[in-house]
Design a protein around this ligand. Structure first.
Ligand SMILES: Cc1ncc(COP(=O)(O)O)c(C=O)c1O
Length: 462
C-alpha cells in the first residue's frame, strides 16, 4: 500500500491513480493516428466558434425541444399584423390582447399618428447623431419641457432607450465608493446600471422597508453616496412601494431616491402623474424620476426628470446620452401628443384603474392567485411551475386570448405566472371572459399535470 504523501491533500493512492490516468490518456493520444488527432483538433476548433455549443444556448434548445414534445408553441416573437391594442391579429386570427403596454390605448390615435407623420415630413426619420453635435429639433425640448411640467419638477432629458436610460444614469452618477440599494424585484436595467457603476450593490426583499432600514443602519457610514431605487408600480407583481415612508428613510440616512415609473406614469394618481400624485407628496422630494416612453406614451425611449442641475449634468456627461444618437423627431412628437392627450383626457386614467380593479376582483372571486397586485395595469396570475404557466398560456392562446407566461429564471421556479397587462381600452366583457377562461383553463392544466405526474410515477414503480 502506498504511503500517504499528503501533497495538495491527495493521499498517495489517489496520486498514483491520477498519474496512471494521465499516462493512460497520453497513451491513448499516442495510439491515435495523426489524421485522427487532426480531426479531433479540427472539431474542437469549430466548436469554439459555434455559439450553438455555448452551455446556455444548448440549455435553451433543450427547453424548446421539451416544450415541443408537450405541444407548447413558442409564445415569444409572435408576428402581429396591425396595431396591438386590446385586440390584435396574429396570423389570420384576432385575439383579445393582454400583452400590450399601450396602457391608455393611444397607439394609432389619429392625433398621435398625424404628429409622427408631420415630424417625418419636417425632419426626416433620423437626427443622425448625438444632439450635442448634430443639434436638436424643437420637438425634443417640447417633450422634455412637457414632461417636467406634467411631473412637477424642474427639468427633464429624454434618451433613445428606456433600458439604456437607467443603465447610463445609474452607471454614471454612482461610483466605487458608493452604495446602491434596490428592491429585489427591480428591473434588469437598474441592476445593469448598478453593476456598471462599480458601487457596492445590495437588494432588499420586495417592498420590505424594515429590511431597507436595517441595511442602511449597518452600511450607510461606509459609503460616500447612497442611492435607493424602487419602481412606481412593479412590472412583475403589480404592487407599489410606500413612498412617504421611503422619503422619511432617505432623509434620515442622507440617501438619494430614484423611482422608475415605467408602469406608473399615466396609471397612478387621479390624473396619471404617477407615484407622487398617488401618495400626494411633493415630487421634488424625490431626486430622480425615471420613466419610459414605450408604454403610456406610445414611443420608444426613456426619460430622467428632476432638478435643473441633475439634467444639465446628465446632458453634458452621461455616456448613453452624449455618445448616442438623439431621438427621432417622429417619436418625440408622437410621445408629446400622447402626453397632451393624457392631460386633456384624464378619464383614460380612471378607466385603466377601473379595469385593473375589475380584473383583480373577479380573478380573486374565481380563486386565482393574483399575488399582491394592487389592480392597476399589471395583474399576474401565479400558477407555480414554469411548464404549467406555459401550458396555461397555450390554452388561452387556443381560446383566442394572447397573454404571455413569465417563467424561470425571470421569476422563481415556484412562482411562474401569466402576466396580464390591463389597459384603458379593454372592455368589461373582454376582462370578464378572460378571467373566466383563465380559471377554467387552469383547472384543466392542473388536472393534466397531476395525470402526467401519476403516469410518470406509475412508470417509475412498474
Ligand atoms: C421597470 C422598467 N424599467 C425600464 C424598462 C425599460 O424600458 P424600455 O423597454 O422602454 O427600454 C422597462 C421595460 O419594460 C421596465 O419594465
Amino acid at each position: 500500500m502506498s504511503r500517504a504523501r499528503g501533497i495538495d491533500g491527495l493521499s498517495g493512492t489517489d496520486k498514483d491513480k491520477l498519474l496512471a490516468g494521465v499516462r493512460a490518456t497520453r497513451k491513448a493520444g499516442k495510439g491515435r493516428r495523426p489524421t485522427e488527432l487532426a480531426a479531433v483538433r479540427d472539431a474542437k476548433r469549430k466548436a469554439a466558434f459555434d455559439f450553438g455549443e455555448l452551455p446556455n444556448v444548448r440549455q435553451m434548445r433543450m427547453q424548446r425541444a421539451a416544450a415541443d414534445l408537450l405541444g407548447i408553441e413558442n409564445p415569444y416573437f409572435r408576428s402581429h399584423a396591425g396595431i396591438a391594442g386590446n385586440r390584435t391579429t396574429i396570423g389570420n386570427r384576432e385575439y383579445v390582447n393582454f400583452s400590450s403596454y399601450d396602457y391608455l390605448g393611444l397607439n394609432g390615435h389619429p392625433a398621435v399618428t398625424a404628429a409622427a407623420k408631420g415630424a417625418i415630413d419636417q425632419y426626416g426619420v433620423s437626427v443622425s447623431a448625438s444632439r450635442l453635435v448634430a443639434g436638436e429639433r424643437p420637438v425634443h425640448r417640447d417633450l422634455e419641457r412637457g414632461l417636467a411640467d406634467f411631473l412637477g419638477v424642474e427639468d427633464c432629458v429624454v434618451m433613445v432607450s428606456g433600458h439604456a436610460t437607467n443603465v447610463t444614469t445609474i452607471g454614471h452618477l454612482l461610483g466605487p465608493k458608493d452604495l446602491i440599494l434596490y428592491d429585489a424585484l427591480i428591473h434588469n436595467s437598474v441592476t445593469e446600471g448598478a453593476r456598471l457603476s462599480g458601487a457596492t450593490r445590495r437588494t432588499f426583499p420586495h417592498n420590505d422597508l424594515d429590511a431597507l432600514e436595517d441595511m442602511l443602519t449597518q452600511m450607510r457610514d461606509r459609503a460616500e453616496r447612497v442611492l435607493i431605487v424602487v419602481e412606481g408600480l412593479y412590472s412583475m407583481d403589480g404592487d407599489l412601494p410606500d413612498l412617504p415612508r421611503l422619503l422619511s428613510i432617505k432623509r434620515r440616512f442622507d440617501a438619494w431616491l430614484m423611482v422608475d415609473e415605467a408602469h406608473s406614469l399615466g396609471v397612478l394618481g387621479a390624473t396619471g402623474r404617477g407615484l407622487a400624485e398617488h401618495w400626494d407628496v411633493d415630487p421634488n422630494e424625490v431626486e430622480i424620476w425615471m420613466g419610459t416612453l414605450s408604454k403610456t406614451l406610445c414611443g420608444c425611449g426613456g426619460y430622467i426628470a428632476g432638478s435643473t442641475a441633475l439634467i444639465e449634468y446628465l446632458k453634458l456627461s452621461a455616456p448613453g446620452f452624449l455618445y448616442s444618437v438623439g431621438m427621432p423627431g417622429a417619436v418625440a412628437a408622437a410621445s408629446k401628443v400622447c402626453l397632451d392627450l393624457l392631460e386633456q383626457e384624464p378619464e383614460r386614467v380612471t378607466r385603466i384603474r377601473e379595469n385593473g380593479h375589475r380584473f383583480v376582483e373577479r380573478a380573486r372571486q374565481r380563486g386565482l392567485d393574483v399575488g399582491p397586485s394592487a389592480g392597476y395595469c399589471v395583474v399576474p396570475v401565479i400558477v407555480g411551475e414554469s411548464v404549467s404557466a406555459a401550458m396555461l398560456s397555450q390554452r388561452l392562446h387556443d381560446a383566442g386570448v394572447n397573454a404571455l407566461p413569465i417563467i424561470f429564471p425571470a421569476v422563481a421556479e415556484r412562482s411562474a405566472r401569466i402576466r396580464f397587462f390591463v389597459t384603458a381600452a379593454h372592455t368589461a366583457e373582454e376582462i370578464d371572459t378572460t378571467v373566466d377562461l383563465t380559471a377554467e383553463a387552469l383547472t384543466e392544466v392542473r388536472a393534466a399535470g397531476s395525470q402526467l405526474k401519476k403516469l410518470v410515477g406509475d412508470r417509475v414503480r412498474s
